[in-house]
Write a new protein. Structure first.
Length: 161
């Protein structure tokens, strides 16, 4: 919903597409949790008990990460390229080739949600906003003010859903 809001405000692509990209961006985590549960537990242990960033723990324990897994599955499912890119590159937006704007919106929305505590508890991205993403959608401080202002409404909608 935060991604959708940013896309409406910055007039980036179809907000419905961006909403879907935001919804699916971490689908690789669900797949890892389902199909590699033991390793997923080891990853969460490092994240929770050793304060290791989720992505680092994945790369260390698995040698790959949820963005790569999600991207591979999304391609196998024949999802639209924009969704494949959002899933694959939401932690490295500068690598998106066709839709850097949508990928950047998802990256920034993910960071905002993390900063306000809407993440998987330990997957804190706070402070890791990619400068490429900020400039690629021309995000200004007034935009951030607007997002912050609308967050309580979004959070209420999430709780009511
Ligand atoms: Fe992620
Ligand atoms: Fe995320």
């Amino acid at each position: 919903m935060v991604a959708e809001l940013i896309s409406q405000e910055k007039k980036i692509k179809n907000p419905d597409t961006v909403f879907t990209a935001g919804l699916l961006h971490d689908m690789g985590k669900v797949i890892l949790d389902q199909y590699n549960f033991e390793k997923f537990n080891l990853i969460m242990d490092r994240v929770l008990n050793m304060a290791m960033p989720f992505l680092d723990a994945e790369n260390k324990i698995l040698g790959y990460n949820h963005a790569q897994v999600g991207g591979i599955i999304a391609r196998k499912w024949d999802l639209p390229e924009v969704l494949i890119e959002a899933i694959s590159f939401h932690h490295r937006p500068q690598e998106a080739k066709e839709n850097p704007d949508v990928v950047s919106v998802v990256h920034i929305a993910d960071n905002i949600c993390s900063m306000i505590g809407y993440d998987c508890e330990a997957d804190s991205l706070a402070g890791n906003v990619d400068q490429f993403a900020v400039s690629s959608i021309n995000l200004h401080s007034d935009d951030v003010d607007m997002i912050v202002e609308k967050l309580p409404e979004i959070m209420k909608k999430c709780k009511d859903a």
